[in-house]
Write a protein that binds this ligand. Structure first.
Ligand code: HEC
Length: 117
């Protein structure tokens, strides 16, 4: 089989396009927040993507960042006195709470009919 330049050019172009698309996708992903180390403390009730896993737990996906951050501080500081949430958060730092708020805020909410358990 003879490889003419024309025959090789098409797969090469294809490869180039694929690697371009990949690098673009990779840079889009970099803009999303990294998974917080403490997400495991929340996932049993709020899910990793902010969809409630138990009745009574709110969906957090797509909530406003400021709102989530403030709510978490209120639980931690006792201004919202909900033992369940206070136990989950414990004495976390502002930076940890911020990371979790950013994560949940960046998740895409499902339509309400699918999002509620
Ligand atoms: C044992 C189950 C449980 C765990 C674990 C848990 N939560 Fe919650 N969370 C709840 C419940 C129940 C509420 C509703 C409390 C209330 O009425 O204020 C809540 C409320 C919240 C709210 C307020 C939402 C709103 O709309 O006001 C935020 C934010 C939140 N949780 C984040 C977290 C994060 C972050 C973690 C992990 C560090 C976590 N939760 C762990 C059960 C849980």
């Amino acid at each position: 089989m003879v490889f003419s330049p024309r025959r090789i050019a098409a797969p090469l172009r294809c490869l180039l396009a694929a690697s371009l698309a990949w690098s673009m996708a990779a840079s889009v992903q970099a803009a999303a927040p990294a998974k917080p180390a403490r997400l495991g403390l929340c996932a049993a009730c709020h899910g990793e993507t902010g969809q409630a896993q138990i009745p009574g737990a709110p969906n957090l996906a797509g909530q406003k960042l400021d709102y989530l951050r403030e709510a978490l501080k209120q639980y931690r500081d006792g201004r919202r006195n909900v033992p369940l949430m206070r136990a989950a958060i414990g004495p976390m730092s502002d930076a940890d709470l911020d990371e979790l708020a950013r994560w949940y805020s960046a998740q895409t909410p499902l339509p309400p009919t699918q999002g509620n358990p």
